[in-house]
Design a protein around this ligand. Structure first.
Ligand SMILES: [Zn+2]
Ligand SMILES: [Zn+2]
Length: 533
């Protein structure tokens, strides 16, 4: 043993480990400590620290409720009574113990649990814990060795209770608890826990930071959406207000015209009516005078006719041509108005024409400059610095550098074409890939069904239909070019960040496949028939 006793005193402070629960925790009664110490000395079998010796063990089979290594209660007679636990309280204790282990309880609680599971003989955690009939626990090896070296009756080294034989019970529950405490209090385990704790803390901190950043980003996005939405609403309202104004003006003008014409017709009839009424009154006066003269002829000889009013001349009743009056307003008003609206649209369709001076020599342009076709035969054009000499391209005459402009191109059933806008500064004498970087913002078709935006590399577009008319919308102020299927005005693609400076509508009918009929590109101008007024 590593602790020895001489006389009535403990030589080593480790005694607090051995009987700390018996003596030190209940230090209030020093006389009892002395009494028990003396008792231990006198019997020479009750103190494991003085009587460590060889001994034999008996395997016991009696089962008693686990009482732990809690301090036994001291009776007034100096007897040591271990607390008796019921099964329920035992499980309750185990649950608490388990919870305290798994939750990595406060160091003091853990230390207390460790003390409870410490063998009073070797002052270390139990190894193969066994329980005596008094319900005190010791390591199997410790109690066996204690009994082998003890003289006299078999006793519990902790409470001195005497037993008839060397019996103990293996306590698997305590054994399991000890293993858990041993595992959870090892340096490696603690360090690993601390590391885990740090890592978990850091990962939680990082995740929280990420979420906070994400919240900020979401809020910022919501603000942007609100701002852009408000701008767009204002824009849509503005455009419709302009349309409403056009319609309202048209309606007012037409109703005013109708009211004027109606009044004119009414006045014509009114004048005739009044003249006829006046004529009737004059004739009635004359009739009266004539009747009086006729009655007087019985008495006197009539020498002259009575004085009569001159007869009023009334014009022929004006003709009212109901068809002429109503036809004007029975016309397809909505269509007429819609056609008139083209003149007021902003941007209205730009009446473009091809600039022959820019055309590649193999492109032929119609006389009215609205058709361009590649026919494989090089024309004898005048040399012009504006002309495309390498690529089969052509520009429109009209260039833009401010405002908003819209035009439409009839691409028909051409299996390939390019169109869009080109910077005025593009190199017209080199073979250049069409892309915004080289000054072209284009849409293209290849093989009859492969639509792409002219980015580098090309951006393939999946269109649900094969538009025969392409609308191009250029917003110089917003630096955007958008392409539409002009049949239903669905958006096909948009370029942003178009270079500032003058740009021109750009077209390429591409090189016609030999053996196929050349297909022209046609500039559309609305309304097809100009309305006067
Ligand atoms: Zn032990
Ligand atoms: Zn005992």
């Amino acid at each position: 043993m590593n602790v020895c006793q001489t006389s009535n005193t403990w030589r080593r402070p480790e005694v607090t480990c051995v009987y700390k629960l018996l003596f030190e925790v209940k230090r209030e009664d020093q006389s009892q400590v002395g009494l028990r110490s003396a008792h231990a000395h006198n019997t020479r079998t009750s103190c494991p620290q003085t009587a460590a010796a060889e001994g034999s063990e008996n395997s016991g089979s009696n089962f008693q409720v686990f009482a732990s290594n809690f301090p036994p209660r001291q009776t007034t007679k100096g007897q040591c009574l271990a607390p008796r636990f019921t099964s329920d309280s035992c499980f309750h204790f185990l649950e608490k113990t388990e919870a305290s282990i798994m939750a990595a309880a406060a160091p003091s609680a853990k230390a207390s649990l460790r003390e409870d599971l410490t063998c009073a003989i070797c002052c270390d955690l139990f190894r193969e814990p066994v329980m005596l009939a008094c319900m005190h626990h010791f390591c199997r090896h410790c109690i066996s060795r204690y009994w082998r070296g003890a003289q006299g009756p078999v006793t519990c080294p902790q409470c001195r209770k005497e037993f008839s034989s060397k019996q103990f019970q293996t306590n698997y529950l305590v054994a399991a608890m000890v293993e858990k405490v041993r595992a959870t209090t090892s340096d490696t385990f603690v360090k690993s826990l601390e590391k885990q704790l740090k890592e978990t803390l850091e990962s939680h901190r990082l995740r929280k930071e990420e979420f906070i950043n994400s919240i900020h980003r979401d809020k910022e996005k919501m603000n942007i959406i609100k701002r852009v939405g408000a701008d767009l609403q204002a824009r849509v309202k503005g455009d419709f207000r302009a349309l409403h104004q056009i319609l309202h003006d048209e309606e007012t003008s037409m109703l005013e015209q109708l009211r004027r014409e109606e009044e004119e017709e009414m006045q014509k009839v009114q004048r005739h009516l009044e003249a006829a009424e006046l004529a009737v009154r004059d004739l009635e006066d004359n009739l009266k005078a004539l009747q009086q003269a006729s009655a007087a002829t019985e008495d006197i000889v009539l020498t002259e006719l009575p004085q009569l009013r001159p007869c009023v001349q009334v014009d022929i009743a004006p003709e009212f041509d109901i068809n002429a009056f109503s036809n004007k307003y029975m016309a397809p008003l909505q269509y007429i108005t819609w056609r008139k609206m083209f003149k007021s649209l902003k941007p209205g369709p730009s009446p473009l024409t091809f600039d022959v001076d820019t055309a590649h020599p193999s492109i032929h342009v119609s006389r009215d400059k609205t058709l361009a076709v590649e026919c494989g035969v090089m024309s004898q054009h005048l040399n012009h610095s504006k002309r495309f000499t390498q690529c089969v391209n052509i520009l429109a005459t009209q260039g833009f550098q401010s405002g908003r402009h819209y035009w439409e191109v009839d691409v028909g059933y051409n299996p390939k074409w390019d169109l869009g806008v080109a910077s005025e500064a593009v190199d017209r004498h080199a073979r250049i890939k069409l892309s915004p970087e080289s000054g072209y913002w284009t849409l293209r078709l290849r093989n009859g069904n492969e639509y792409s935006a002219g980015t580098q590399p090309w951006t393939r577009l999946q269109l649900g239909s094969f538009p025969q008319r392409i609308g191009v919308f250029l917003d110089c102020d917003e630096r955007k070019v958008s392409f539409y299927n002009a049949d239903d005005m669905s958006l096909l693609y948009s370029f942003t960040s178009v270079l500032r400076g003058k740009v021109f509508p750009f077209f390429s009918p591409c090189i016609n496949d030999r053996g196929h009929k050349p297909q022209p590109l046609k500039l559309l101008c609305y309304p097809p028939v100009a309305l006067s007024g």
